[in-house]
Design a protein around this ligand. Structure first.
Ligand code: PLP
Length: 411
């Protein structure tokens, strides 16, 4: 008999009752160090006092009114995002998927007006689970069994600039890309690639759409990852960290990109409701502070050192590490799986998240402290040792040791 909750998830056998900062406690009293943060969502950790205060205060006033009316909290959050970014205007959604869906709609509106149909996206991408978002990401894992997909997407190898140059043309209306692929396995674009993509979009008059649902909102030590590159998109998708755990997403756009989106062209019952935006404002108050972002970069530096040491001491388990700031991935050697490392980490009280490309993601709350990072790395040591004890893939040769070093240095 089918379970009351539709069985679309492979869940770990853990139920949490409470959380505080980077820690979660199960209903039976076990404590876990949370280096998944609800898949990069709990940017400020669990039960952050500023977020608790914001949601409590707003809950006593008004939760939801619909977009039939002005929403001052939404207005203020839009102004904060516009002030802090390239954007002139913002549409609020409840999730990253909905943000991706709107970006596709905006691109298609431009495309229809300009007689252009093609949208370029990249292998290994993830933009959500709606029919439009899976068509954008491509790949059989997401699209299998769904019948005819939304047409128009061309998929290229991630980061392959020669392929992009070859695929661009006057029929391309938009390029969709994550500056750092998350689900795809913490794959950052090479330095300078984003600027080259921007230049190609400019040359062909295409929109540059950055999906920063996972890498945005301070995770890399910049409010948005692209800001480190000095490159501006036309459209940006945000979600996850923007609500700190409250379901909130956003599409940020320049005035020109948003031109087709006049009254009646898009909408949402809940998107940008007072409760969500009150939390979003509290998240922005903390995350957008330069000192907070500096601290995230410093924490990223600390993790980089510890992960290099971890990889060096377990070369038969790890091929290397990669990432930016607190968006980090451990690449496993063939023969070891993300599922096995995630389970071994869970056994020693550490929560981490599997990803594509044989990678395990480390996405701690941005508020994590040095003692917690050191503790997480100690637990990863224990998990790696457990993997070594249970599996014995061939010992690394001098060549694989050299490859480990290179992967680490490239990150
Ligand atoms: N885009 C990216 C880059 C993501 O990582 C995700 C979720 O993991 C999404 C879009 C979809 O967001 P959501 O799950 O909030 O719909």
């Amino acid at each position: 008999m089918i379970a009351p909750v539709m069985p679309t998830y492979n869940r770990a056998p853990l139920s949490f009752e409470s959380g505080c900062g980077a820690w979660l406690t199960t209903v039976d009293g076990r404590r876990f160090l949370d280096f998944g943060a609800g898949i990069a969502v709990n940017a400020l950790g669990h039960a952050h006092p500023r977020l608790v205060a914001a949601i409590e205060a707003q809950a006593r006033k008004v939760w939801h009114v619909s977009n039939l009316y002005e929403i001052p909290e939404q207005q203020r959050l839009a102004e904060r995002l516009v002030d802090a970014t390239f954007a002139d205007t913002v549409f609020f959604t409840n999730s990253g998927t909905e943000a991706a869906e709107l970006a596709i709609k905006i691109a298609r509106k431009h495309g229809v007006a300009a007689g252009r149909e093609r949208m370029i996206a990249f292998e290994g991408a993830f933009h959500g689970r709606s029919t439009g978002a899976v068509a954008a990401a491509g790949g059989t894992k997401l699209t299998e069994g769904l019948g005819p997909l939304m047409p128009g997407f061309t998929h290229l190898p991630f980061g392959d600039m020669a392929a992009l140059e070859g695929a661009m043309g006057d029929d391309v209306v938009a390029v969709f890309i994550e500056p750092i692929q998350g689900e795809g396995g913490i794959r950052p674009l090479a330095d300078g690639a984003l600027a080259a993509i921007r230049a190609l979009c400019d040359r062909y008059g295409a929109l540059l759409v950055l999906d920063e649902v996972q890498c945005g909102m301070g995770r890399t030590g910049h409010l948005f990852a692209h800001q480190a590159e000095g490159v501006e998109p036309d459209i940006l998708l945000a979600a996850k960290g923007i609500g700190g755990g409250f379901p909130l997403g956003a599409v940020l756009a320049t005035e020109a990109a948003a031109a087709p989106m006049v009254a009646g062209t898009h909408g949402s019952t809940y998107g940008g409701n007072p409760l969500g935006c009150a939390v979003g404002l509290a998240v922005m108050d903390v995350v957008a502070e330069p000192a907070f972002l500096d601290a995230v970069r410093a924490k990223g530096g600390f993790m980089a050192q510890r992960l290099s040491a971890l990889v060096d001491s377990h070369p038969e388990v790890f091929e290397g590490w990669r990432g930016r700031g607190l968006m980090l991935g451990l690449k496993l050697r063939p023969g070891h799986t993300p599922a096995a490392l995630v389970a071994a980490a869970r056994d020693v009280g550490l929560l981490v998240v599997p990803a594509g490309d044989n990678v395990v993601r480390l996405l701690p709350p941005l508020t994590v402290d040095e003692a917690e990072m050191a503790e997480a790395c100690a637990r990863l040591e224990a998990a790696a040792a457990a993997l070594e004890a249970t599996a014995a893939p061939s010992a690394p040769t001098q060549a694989t040791k050299q490859a480990t070093k290179q992967t680490t240095e490239q990150a």
